[in-house]
Design a protein around this ligand. Structure first.
Ligand code: GSH
Length: 210
C-alpha cells in the first residue's frame, strides 16, 4: 500500500492515517506531495480525485478522505482493532471521530496546523466554543475509559484528534490536568513523535500559510 500525504509540517489530514498505520505496524510506502506548489494539484490528482491528500493506494484502488481511509484499514486488518471491540464503545468512538472530521471549522481556520509556529499567549477566544467542546469530549472519554487514550488504548478516535493536540500546544491553549495528561500521552506516542520530529525540520513551505 502507498499513503499519499502532504507536508508533515502542515498537513493535519495526512497525519491522521499516517500515525494510525505506523502505530499499528501496517506496512506502507509513503509518498509526500508538497502542497501549494504550481504542480501540486496535477500530482495529487494522480491518486485522489478530490485533489486533496491523504489518499491510500491499495493495488487497483485509491481511497481518499481520512475517515474513509481509516475505515478501510479497519476492515482490512480486523485483528488490529483500530476501533474498540465493544459495539457501544465503538459507536461512541465513531461519534467523536466524526464530530472532529466534520466540525470545529472555527478552530481549524483560526489555528492552522503548523508544527513550526509556536504562538505563546495566542488569543483563541473566537474559537472558544470549539476548544471547550473538544476538551469536554476528551474529559468524558478519559473518565469513562481511565485513559491514557480516549478509549483506553490508541485507536482511530485518537488519530483524529492528533493534530488538535499539536494545535493546543503550538497555540498555547490552557487545559486542565486530565487534558494535559492526554496531550502528553499523545505527544509521546512513538508514531506521533516520529511525524512531529519530521515536521519540525521540514524545509518545504506553503506560500499560502507563510
Ligand atoms: N476531508 C478531507 C480533507 C483533506 C484536505 O483538506 N487536505 C488538504 C491538506 S491537509 C489538501 O489536500 N489540500 C489541497 C491543497 O492544499 O492543495 C480528509 O479528511 O481527508
Amino acid at each position: 500500500m502507498m499513503l499519499v500525504i502532504g507536508n508533515k509540517r502542515y498537513s493535519s489530514w495526512s497525519l491522521r492515517p499516517w500515525v494510525l498505520m505506523k502505530h499499528f505496524n501496517i506496512p506502507f510506502e509513503e509518498k509526500l506531495i508538497p502542497l501549494d506548489q504550481p504542480d501540486s494539484e496535477e500530482n495529487i490528482l494522480k491518486y485522489s480525485p478530490s485533489k486533496k491528500v491523504p489518499a491510500l493506494v491499495d493495488a487497483d484502488i485509491s481511497v481518499w478522505e481520512s475517515m474513509a481511509i481509516m475505515e478501510y484499514l479497519n476492515e482490512k486488518y480486523p485483528e488490529k482493532q483500530l476501533w474498540p471491540a465493544d459495539a457501544k464503545k465503538r459507536a461512541i468512538a465513531r461519534s467523536v471521530a466524526n464530530e472532529m472530521h466534520s466540525g470545529f471549522s472555527t478552530m481549524r481556520n483560526l489555528m492552522s496546523h503548523d508544527l513550526q509556529k509556536i504562538v505563546p499567549g495566542f488569543d483563541y477566544s473566537t474559537a472558544k466554543d470549539d476548544v471547550n467542546r473538544i476538551m469536554d469530549i476528551w474529559r468524558e472519554c478519559l473518565h469513562k475509559s481511565g485513559g491514557p487514550f480516549l478509549f483506553g488504548s490508541f485507536n482511530i478516535a485518537d488519530a483524529m484528534y492528533a493534530p488538535v493536540v499539536n494545535r493546543f500546544i503550538t497555540y498555547d491553549v490552557k487545559v486542565d490536568t486530565d487534558c494535559a495528561k492526554y496531550i502528553i500521552a499523545m505527544r509521546e506516542l512513538p508514531a506521533h513523535k516520529a511525524w512531529i520530529d519530521a515536521g519540525l525540520v521540514e524545509k518545504l513551505e506553503m506560500p499560502r500559510y507563510t
